[in-house]
Structures are given as C-alpha cells and as structure tokens.
Write a protein that binds this ligand. Structure first.
Ligand code: CP3
Length: 340
C-alpha cells in the first residue's frame, strides 16, 4: 500500500517525496502508441478496458506514486451537446457564441452520458488494488469555457475575452452551467472511486489578477466547495498563476499545483501553512542530459526544504517527444534524493 501521495496531499510527513507527471499516460510512451494505433483518441477514452490499461502503464514503467484516470478535460462537454473532434488538438464544430447557444447546453446525466469514465475508474481501482492511489480530474470552468467559446486552442483568446468583457451576462450564464456540470462530473468520479481530484485550469493565467478574481475565482470556488472532499483531496492547478497565488488560493482546495515560473519556496511562503504544493520542474528539463535532470530535481527539492506537503511533478504536462528513460530517471532521482 503506497499512501505517500495521499499523505502528502493532506500535509502529513512521508518517507520520501511522492511523484507523478501530468499527462503521464501518453504519446512519449511506445506502449501507449501501441494501444492508440488501434483506435482514435476519443475511442480510447470511451473504451474502459483500454483507458484503464494506458492509465496503468506509467505506474509500471516509471514507478510513479499515483495513477491518473485516462480521459480528457473535454470528455464531459461532448454530452452537453457539443460535437467534439481531436485533430490532434480539440475542435468543436459549433462553438458557443450567443445566449441561445448557452441555453441549448444540457447538464449530462453522468451515469448515462459518461458511463465509460466511471467504469474506467472502477476497473482501475480493482486493478491497482491499493498499489498506488487513483487521481480523477476535470478542467476548471474557465479553461473549459475557453475551448467551448474559441472552438479550439487559441493564441490570443480573443473570442472568450470579447464575451467576458462585451457580453458579461452570456459569459456568466455559460460559466454557471459549466460549473454545475463540473461539480456533478467530479462528484460522480469520487463516488466511482477516484481518491483525489485535480482541477486543470490551463488557461487561468492568461488573465490579469483583477480579471481572474472577477471572472474566474467565483466559479472555481463554487466548484471546489461543492465537491465531496472530506476524504478526497483536491489539487488546483492554474498554469501561469505564479504572480497571483494569493488570489488563486482563495478558491480553496488542499494542494496548489505550480508551474515552473515560480520558485517553489516563494510560492509556499505566499500560500502559507495548511496548503500543500505540487510541482514544479520545467517539462523541457526532461530533454537535458541526466546529470542536469538530477541537478534540477535537487534544486526543486531544496526549494521545498523538507517541508511536509510536497508532491513532486512537472510544471505542466510531459511533452510527446521526451525519451521515456529520462522520465524514469527523474522519478528515481526524486525518490533517491528525498529519502528520509
Ligand atoms: O495526465 C494524464 O496522463 C491523463 C490524461 C489527460 C489527457 N488530457 C490525455 C490526452 C489529461 C489529464 C488531459 C488534460 C487536458 N486535456 C488538458 C489540461 C492539461 C494541459 O495539458 O494543459 C487540456 C488543456 C486538454 C485538452 C487537450 N487534449 C489538448 C489541447 C490536446 C491536444 C494537444 C495534445 O497535447 O495532444 C488533447 C489531446 C490529448 N489528451 C492527448 C492525450 C494523451 C493526445 C491524444 C492522442 O493520443 O492523439
């Protein structure tokens, strides 16, 4: 029974620092590509046996201290009534632009509309058998809204900002609906067996602190408050939030995910006691020679200075061209260098 990851989420002392990698199940692993070659990405997400298989791969191959459900943040948006494709980035055929578009969105019935997600969680709990805990996840309302309004990834996020500033009632109605969906979706994951929840706010950092506080914080706060989290810690990852952690912290949650633009020690000083941290190695360090990887792992551990409540991770998802042996080496370094 490896409880290091959950213990660290709750700020309890651990024998060595737990580690996992955002997007640890994915294209950098030949074993993932072998499964993925047989179907599309969405088919993989919707086939519980295969989704469970690729979720477990990094546990066996890298020796990480947690598994994460294999799915996508946009999976529950499709049954809201938005046709989704991956090419390979996500594309919605009909993006949300008007109040009528928002009103047409439905709140899915989780057991009926995303049964494959809940089934994947149940298979994973059975197959992991306590070896490592299982993390469930969802997108934060703002990041989901970005994709739903832009229709795909974006460089400038002009459409969502036009809506936010120019049609604030439409924006608010959309965010309310997404927040309600998200809460039901994540509570369904907890009920199915997810032992921690990570909320990915990949695009929260494109806003000024003032706009984050006004247009994002109320919704993420309502989401986190609405989760059944007495026994299930919540990790809140807002990419690009290093300069507004004091504001982002107000959303609540048990662990703050950090990207690599902030010094982990400085971040902990801002967040104060009572909140654990996760992060924050620059994902491109995994392209460096192993001597450099080791130095950088040590630097992040040194910034934490032995305080309880640190989960080691990358500052964002692992990149598809990383050599798997470097990821494995990084995990080993974390365990070796943090051993009590
Ligand atoms: O962490 C894990 O291993 C679990 C699986 C996971 C995926 N997506 C699988 C995936 C998780 C946690 C996500 C989250 C996700 N999805 C985020 C938030 C985290 C982040 O990276 O910022 C976002 C923004 C998305 C949306 C998304 N999905 C994009 C922009 C893309 C295309 C770009 C890319 O990285 O490929 C995806 C596709 C996707 N999601 C893939 C995987 C393994 C690649 C699909 C394939 O196999 O072709």
């Amino acid at each position: 029974m490896n409880t290091r990851f959950l213990d660290a989420c709750w700020g309890k002392p651990v024998d060595r620092t737990p580690v996992w990698l955002m997007r640890q199940a994915g294209r950098y692993l030949p074993e993932y590509m072998a499964v993925r070659s047989k179907c599309t990405f969405l088919e993989l997400c919707k086939t519980p046996d295969l989704a469970a298989e690729v979720s477990i791969q990094p546990v066996d191959i890298l020796g990480v201290d947690a598994a994460i459900l294999f799915s996508d943040i946009l999976t529950p948006v499709e049954p809201m009534g938005m046709k989704l494709d991956f090419v390979p980035g996500p594309v919605f055929e009909h993006p949300i632009r008007t109040m009528a578009d928002v009103e047409a969105l439905r709140i899915p019935q989780m057991e009926q509309d995303v049964p494959y997600v809940l089934e994947t969680i149940k298979i994973l709990r059975r197959e992991l058998a306590g070896k490592v805990p299982l993390i469930g996840f969802g997108g934060a309302p703002f990041t989901l809204a970005c994709y739903m309004v832009e229709g795909k990834g974006s460089k400038d996020f002009a459409r969502i900002k036009q809506m936010m500033y120019g049609a604030p009632q439409v924006y608010a109605a959309l965010m309310e609906k997404i927040t309600t969906m998200d809460m039901e979706y994540l509570n369904a994951q907890i009920k199915a067996g997810a032992q921690a929840i990570q909320i990915f706010d990949t695009w929260g950092g494109i806003l000024s602190p003032a706009d984050y506080e006004r247009y994002v914080l109320p919704y993420t706060t309502r989401l986190i408050n609405g989760l059944n989290r007495t026994e299930t810690p919540v990790i809140h990852f807002v990419k690009g939030a290093g300069a507004m952690l004091d504001t982002v912290r107000k959303a609540g949650g048990d662990v703050m995910g950090l990207d690599w633009h902030v010094n982990l020690g400085t971040a902990r000083a801002v967040l104060g006691q009572g909140m654990a941290v996760q992060g924050n190695l620059d994902p491109t360090v995994l392209f460096a020679p192993q001597t450099v990887i080791e130095q950088e792992v040590k630097r992040v551990l040194d910034e934490n200075a032995g305080r309880p409540g640190h989960i080691f991770n990358l500052g964002h998802g692992i990149l598809p061209t990383v050599p798997p042996e470097n990821a494995r080496f990084m995990v080993d370094c974390v365990h070796r260098l943090s051993q009590k």
